[in-house]
Design a protein around this ligand. Structure first.
Ligand SMILES: Nc1ncnc2c1ncn2[C@@H]1O[C@H](COP(=O)(O)OP(=O)(O)OP(=O)(O)O)[C@@H](O)[C@H]1O
Ligand SMILES: [Mg+2]
Length: 316
């Protein structure tokens, strides 16, 4: 039996809209719409979707915090709403937007509390704290009250707290939201190193998820758009855009004007919708004809995959 089974699950919320001064109208809004999938022990799965696509709602149902309106869920082979307490011992959770730490206590005191709650032996506790502290470069703030931490420090502490009891199932709901690149990379690197555990990671940042997860579920407006291996997803060619500025020219050389380069309000130039071959050709010509001050090449892969309506899974 799979570690997590989600079978035709639907969740609706009541939305209240004000009409007139006093009158309110209640409507049902479907946040998770007839979703089915199973996750085997040891898989690293990313749940990706734009804001409001239903990721957190789905996670909360797997944890038993919310009850599905339709369909069935099983986490560790049981109804998560029934076995929430029992399952907590086996799950480590990070909610990017909500702290699990004791606000007024130093970080280390919360760790000590977790040591008691999860009955972690002294040796294991010390070894894990030391290991995680060095991986996340966290030793400077462990004695600080949680309320005084910066966002990045708090997220490192949240990740450490979630892993101290060595859970079988690690669930991270947007753990890197709002973090700078250096802090984010430390957390991503740590999660890449996790082995022999089941990991669920939600994000609207496909790039982060692809660094960690080998299987990716893409949600769109509450529906499971695709369930695809990271390898198959990587093969989907996505149009890129190049944004650049020139050292000493506000005008674009005529030789580059043929691919629809736009001038932006800040004076930079942008060309969009290029295939990888077109990116290479354009970059070659750009470097040969001008002196670049800056250049970025980017693509909005998640938006592209969603808008292209990709529905076929790519295997696992
Ligand atoms: N308690 C609630 N009552 C009413 N609507 C809710 C409630 N919780 C979530 N929603 C709505 O359900 C939809 C899905 O929300 P959810 O938080 O699951 O999305 P998400 O994919 O996690 O988004 P984000 O990337 O912004 O975290 C949203 O439209 C949200 O407004
Ligand atoms: Mg969310």
């Amino acid at each position: 039996m799979a570690l997590i089974e989600v079978d035709h699950v639907t969740k609706q919320y009541v939305k209240v809209a004000k009409i007139g001064v006093v009158k309110k109208k209640r409507t049902l809004f479907t946040a998770v719409d007839d979703i089915s999938f199973a996750i085997e022990a040891g898989e690293k799965v990313g749940i990706v979707g734009l804001n409001g696509s239903g990721k957190s709602t789905l996670i909360k149902m797997m944890l038993g915090i919310l009850r599905a309106d339709d369909g069935t869920l099983a986490t560790f082979s049981g109804d998560p709403t029934k076995y929430r307490q029992r399952n907590a011992q086996r799950i480590g959770i990070v909610f990017g937007q909500r702290s699990q730490l004791r606000w007024d206590l130093p970080v280390y005191d919360t760790f000590l509390l977790n040591k008691e709650i999860y009955r972690i032996s002294k040796e294991d506790f010390l070894a894990r704290v030391e290991h995680l502290t060095s991986l996340l470069d966290a030793k400077d703030f462990l004695q600080q009250p949680v309320r005084t931490l910066s966002l990045g420090q708090r997220m490192k502490a949240e990740v450490m707290a979630s892993l101290l009891h060595d859970p079988e199932l690690i669930i991270l709901d947007e753990p890197t939201i709002g973090l700078d690149v250096v802090t984010k990379n430390k957390i991503v690197k740590l999660l890449q190193q996790v082995e022999g555990k089941t990991l669920l990671y939600t994000s609207h940042d496909l790039e982060d998820v692809e660094k960690i997860c080998s299987r990716i579920l893409i949600l769109d407006h509450g529906k499971l758009l695709t369930d695809i291996s990271a390898q198959a997803l990587a093969k989907i060619a996505t149009p890129s855009q190049i944004e650049f500025s020139l050292v000493d020219s506000a005008n674009l050389p005529a030789a580059l004007a043929d691919v629809g380069v736009q001038t932006l309000p800040n004076g930079n130039f942008r060309v969009a919708g290029l295939s990888s071959k077109e990116v290479q050709d354009f970059m070659r010509r750009l470097i040969a004809t001008t002196e670049l001050a800056s250049v970025t090449i980017a693509n909005k892969r998640l938006e592209y995959v969603i808008s292209s309506g990709l529905t076929t899974g790519g295997g696992q």
